[in-house]
Write a protein of this length. Structure first.
Length: 106
């Protein structure tokens, strides 16, 4: 099982994502968050074909198709957190934190 915690930023919400490989091409997904939109989105992704999620066309990935229907902000980082967790769970990537850090301007 791969577990990640995503701090979504200025909205103040976090999401806990758990991914477990269940078959040659499937993973089970559990997402918990105080954000109702993230909870609704996670409910649609209980069992997914990871090849469909990580395919070359992001617009056809169920991760983003359901995100477009459920999430209120296009910049929500939780979908990327789920994709990273899937990559680690299937052995396509090593577990490493990803960060967006704002730097001082001018």
């Amino acid at each position: 099982m791969t577990i990640v915690n995503v701090n979504a930023g200025s909205c103040g919400f976090t999401a806990r994502i758990e991914v477990s490989k269940t078959g040659a091409r499937t993973v089970s997904v559990s997402i918990s968050s105080d954000c109702e939109a993230v909870e609704k989105w996670g409910d649609k992704l209980r069992l997914v074909n990871w090849r469909d999620c990580l395919g070359k066309n992001a617009l056809s990935s169920p991760i983003f198709v359901f995100a477009a229907d459920c999430l209120r902000h296009v910049t929500c980082p939780v979908p990327i957190g789920l994709l990273k967790a899937i990559e680690v769970e299937i052995g396509a990537s090593l577990p490493a934190d990803a960060t967006i850090r704002f730097l001082p301007g001018k």
